[in-house]
Design a protein around this ligand. Structure first.
Ligand SMILES: [Mg+2]
Length: 210
C-alpha cells in the first residue's frame, strides 16, 4: 500500500488513463451518438493525444509541471468543450498539487478539489445534470472522505473509481441539463452520459495504475 505518490506514479496514472480512453474511443462515440453528435470518442482521443504529447515534452521537474503540461495541452485542442473542460481540471490539479514531490491521500484530495474548482469556473453543471460532473464530483468527494479516514492513496483512488463508476451509471436515469442532449428531454432516459463515462474511465485507470 502506497502512502504517497510521486511524479513517476502520476505519470503512470496518466499513461494508463490515455491508454484506457484510446481503447474505449469507439464505445464513447457510440454512447454520444445515442443522445448527441457522436463525436465524444474522437474528442477524447484528441484530448488524450494532446496529453500524450505534453508527457513527451515534460521537463520531469515535478508533479505540478506534469499536470500543468497535460492540462494546457488538452485546453489548446480545437473544437468543442471537451478539451477546455478536461484541461482546466488538470491545470487546476497542478495548482492544487503545488511544489510537493509526493502526495499523500490528503494532498491528492486537495489537488483534485482544486481541479474541480477550476473546472467549475467553466461548467455550472452539478450532480444530477447528466454530465461529467456526475462522475467527477462524487469521485473527488470519495478521495477526501478516504483521506479524512487516513486511507492510503491506493484505497482513496479505489474509492474514487467506485464512486465515479456509480455516478456515471446513475446518469442513465437522468434528463440532461447541458449540451445537445438537453434538447432531447425524456428521450435521453436509459442512455448513460458519455462525458460521465469518460470521467469514470479516468478514475478506473488511475486506480488500476497504482
Ligand atoms: Mg458530442
Amino acid at each position: 500500500m502506497a502512502d504517497t505518490i510521486n511524479a513517476d506514479n502520476m505519470l503512470a496514472m496518466l499513461q494508463a488513463a490515455i491508454a484506457t480512453i484510446r481503447e474505449n474511443e469507439e464505445m464513447l462515440s457510440n454512447l454520444d451518438a445515442a443522445t448527441g453528435d457522436g463525436d465524444h470518442g474522437a474528442a477524447m482521443a484528441m484530448a488524450v493525444g494532446a496529453a500524450d504529447k505534453a508527457i513527451t515534452e515534460w521537463d520531469k521537474a515535478s508533479i505540478k509541471s506534469l499536470l500543468h503540461g497535460v492540462g494546457w495541452g488538452m485546453m489548446c485542442i480545437d473544437g468543442g468543450s471537451t478539451g477546455p473542460l478536461w484541461g482546466s481540471l488538470f491545470v487546476g490539479m497542478s495548482k492544487g498539487a503545488g511544489e510537493a514531490d509526493t502526495l499523500d491521500s490528503a494532498a491528492l484530495a486537495t489537488a483534485f478539489e482544486t481541479g474541480l474548482e477550476k473546472l467549475q469556473k467553466q461548467s455550472k453543471a452539478v450532480v444530477g445534470d447528466k454530465t461529467m460532473m456526475d462522475a467527477l464530483i462524487p469521485a473527488v468527494g470519495a478521495i477526501r472522505t478516504a483521506a479524512d479516514a487516513s486511507a492510503s492513496v491506493n484505497d482513496a483512488m479505489a474509492a474514487a473509481a467506485t464512486a465515479a463508476a456509480d455516478g456515471a451509471a446513475a446518469t442513465t436515469d437522468m434528463v440532461a441539463k447541458f449540451g445537445r442532449a438537453r434538447n432531447l428531454g425524456d428521450r435521453v432516459l436509459g442512455h448513460v452520459d458519455p462525458g460521465a463515462t469518460s470521467m469514470s474511465l479516468l478514475f478506473k485507470a488511475f486506480s488500476e495504475a497504482l
